[in-house]
Design a protein around this ligand. Structure first.
Ligand code: SIN
Length: 294
């Protein structure tokens, strides 16, 4: 194989960092070197013992997104699981289950003009305090398709050259919800708000639990870098967006009814595949409030 056909990313990919401590209350199967683990031995219909929650917390920190199967939970059990991690976030635009503002509706069917989360993004990064994590439970899946891709922004950051890391150090970017959310949920009967959130965040953020650095710009919300000319911002963001989407640091999750994905928005981007039209895919998302990125 000629050099031009070989990628140059292999040596730059660092494995997700494991603590090395064994899991004794849950079973954890790592899915890729960079990101993702499937968890078994947990039943979210029952109250979870604190040691189980501690191990789930550790698994999320180690693998950035965790998956659980066969969790036939009620909306209340879903909300209760979310509250174990912190106060819940109310989405600034998306529809929710009537009477349950913290339970966001995820649905696409034959009448949908679009599906939620089709482009790479970190949830609601336009919020001044963007969500820490999101917990998606699907109650109906298409016979095939409808997978979600997750990418580790820690691995993406690690793989940058030292020169580029130095350049990005201290740089900030604007994240805007206006162009994303205005009119987005009209087909689901949701009226637009007068305004949507907009915030400035560091391009590289430090994860408050792991201390690891992660890229924190995304194609969905990030409009431009601050304090550089617009053409420099556009060129650099184009490079970063392409770099972040390298399959080397992705895991692709195939949903089944009552699967759950729990991802850490502080260090993960995701992208939902809308390849199943005219089939229906639906479920609910509970989103956990986060901190101001630093
Ligand atoms: C989202 O929360 O962005 C949607 C993800 C999905 O539907 O898989």
């Amino acid at each position: 194989m000629g050099n031009h056909l070989r990628g140059n990313n292999g040596p730059r990919l660092r494995q997700a960092r494991e603590s090395g401590a064994p899991y004794v209350h849950i079973a954890v199967e790592r899915l890729t070197p960079a990101i993702g683990a499937e968890i078994t031995g947990v039943d979210l219909r029952a109250a979870l013992d604190p040691p189980v929650v501690d191990e789930l917390r550790r698994a999320l920190a180690e693998y950035s997104v965790i998956f659980l199967r066969d969790q036939d939970i009620t909306p209340q059990q879903h909300l209760a699981f979310g509250r174990l991690w912190g106060a819940l976030h109310v989405h600034p635009a998306a529809p929710h289950v009537p009477g349950l503002p913290e339970l966001m509706v995820i649905r696409a069917d034959q009448d949908s003009p679009r599906a939620n989360g089709e482009g790479w993004h970190s949830d609601v990064s336009c919020d001044p305090q963007p969500p820490m994590g999101s917990i998606l439970h699907l109650t109906q899946c298409p016979p095939n398709g409808g997978d979600t891709l997750f990418a580790s922004m820690v691995a993406a950051y690690d793989a940058l050259s030292e020169r580029l890391k130095t350049y990005l150090d201290g740089m900030r970017a604007v994240h805007d919800g206006e162009h994303v959310y205005r009119g987005m949920y009209a087909n689901m009967g949701v009226a637009d708000k007068p305004a949507y959130p907009r915030a400035e965040h560091p391009v590289v953020r430090t994860h408050p639990v792991t201390g690891r650095k992660a890229l924190y710009v995304n194609r969905g919300f990030t409009t431009h870098l601050l304090d550089v000319p617009r053409d420099e911002s556009a060129g650099l963001l184009a490079y970063l967006f392409e770099h972040m989407e390298n399959p080397l640091w992705q895991v692709r999750f195939r949903w089944r009814t009552h699967s759950i994905a729990f991802w850490d928005n502080r260090c993960v981007q995701h992208c939902a595949m809308w390849d199943y039209w005219p089939q229906t895919r639906m479920g609910h998302r509970v989103t956990i409030r986060g901190d101001i990125p630093v």
